[in-house]
Design a protein around this ligand. Structure first.
Ligand SMILES: NC(=O)c1ccc[n+]([C@@H]2O[C@H](COP(=O)([O-])OP(=O)(O)OC[C@H]3O[C@@H](n4cnc5c(N)ncnc54)[C@H](O)[C@@H]3O)[C@@H](O)[C@H]2O)c1
Length: 332
């Protein structure tokens, strides 16, 4: 199959390489608002190049991968749906809730499959955790601890079109908590701070944050994250149940060092970026997308899933700004 890809920045260039390696993909065609960037990437990776998005959409592609800046997602999804092209779009769907809801209505009112990129759903650890929660072997889950700690911040230019820390970063934790537990979030209390470079605060954003979520079965989930974790890219989840407790992402590469005498675990090299941490998950995710394109698989993460994760992120942003508990149904 022939796959189009819009946006060849950090994740787009990475997805282009992954797509090229998939047996189901014969050709990858790339475009970017910065045509020179797309042309250079195409040359470097041995891909086809389209000078703009309209030419990409009419170049006979079977599926489209959107990895452009978040601010462009809604418009690009709408263009792909209008052209009837099966689409994968990086999270989040849009910068605000109203636009996300418009995209959900558009996609659900069409018959075009749209898959949203929450790659943790394709990580073996999170899948095993979900299976153990669903089987009941952990008993009832009383607490979840989830974290997303980036080793270093993105460039300043990324921040104004990112949607802010909760919508850009911990939105992954919100999605995976829904996926692992099968429950919905009822209320949140969130806070954040800008203690690193000043540009976060200048755009009204934070570089570290924490949130307490209450789920509809009274499970408590704490979510924390930072853009400054020089120890390494550290993404984990603990699921604590009445009969057993498990950890996702706790292995030799975990970016933690024990201060206990004689304890050498974890002793391996910590992950540096999300590409290292989730390499196999991205391959599995895009393989799943090719199956959606081929019509052999249902969309594994829908725009409605993305809307639910976004609502949690939005509620956290409101909670942080107003310093109060936010109830998802009443307040958002
Ligand atoms: N799932 C993940 O783990 C993950 C990780 C990183 C980023 N992301 C998401 O991927 C998206 C891109 O992030 P990034 O870090 O690669 O950003 P980036 O700034 O490195 O790259 C964005 C690219 O999009 C292009 N672009 C912007 N507007 C465009 C438009 N209208 N049409 C075509 N191209 C356009 C830019 O020129 C740039 O090349 C964001 O939505 C981000 O949330 C997801």
């Amino acid at each position: 199959m022939r796959i189009g890809l819009v946006g060849v920045g950090r994740i787009g260039a990475f997805h282009a390489t992954t797509l090229k390696s998939l047996p189901a993909v014969e050709q990858v065609v790339v475009a970017d608002a910065d045509a020179t960037r797309a042309e250079l990437t195409a040359k470097e990776l041995g891909l086809e190049f389209a000078p703009d998005v309209p030419s990409l959409l009419t170049s006979g592609i079977d599926g489209l991968v959107i990895a452009a800046a978040t601010s462009a997602h809604a418009e690009l999804i709408a263009a792909a749906v209008a052209a009837g092209i099966t689409t994968f779009c990086e999270k989040p769907v849009a910068l605000d809730l109203a636009e996300t809801q418009r995209v959900v209505e558009l996609v659900e009112g069409s018959d075009v499959p749209v898959h949203i990129g929450f790659q943790r759903r394709f990580d073996a650890g999170y899948q095993a955790a979900a299976a153990q929660v669903r089987s009941g072997e952990l008993g009832f889950v009383h607490h979840i601890r989830a974290n997303t700690n980036d080793a270093f911040p993105p460039p300043a230019g990324y921040i104004p079109t990112s949607g802010g820390f909760f919508r850009d970063c911990t939105v992954h934790d919100f999605d995976i908590i829904r996926y692992v537990t099968g429950r919905e979030v009822v209320s949140v209390y969130a806070t954040g701070a800008n203690r690193g470079e000043a540009f976060f605060g200048e755009y009204g954003d934070v570089d570290a944050a924490a949130a307490l979520l209450t789920l509809d079965d009274s499970t408590f989930a704490t979510v924390s994250g930072t853009r400054y974790n020089a120890a390494g890219h550290d993404v984990r989840m603990e699921v604590l149940g009445s009969l057993g407790s498990i950890a996702v992402g706790l292995d030799e590469h975990t970016a933690l060092r024990s201060v206990e005498a004689g304890v050498t675990f974890p002793g391996g090299e910590p992950h540096a970026t999300f590409m290292d941490r989730f390499g196999p998950a991205y391959v599995a995710e895009l393989t799943a997308f090719t199956e959606v394109v081929a019509g052999t698989r249902e969309v594994p993460c829908t725009v409605r899933d993305a809307l639910q994760a976004f609502r949690i992120a939005d509620a956290c942003e409101l909670s942080r700004k107003e310093n109060r508990v936010v109830f998802l149904d009443a307040d958002t």
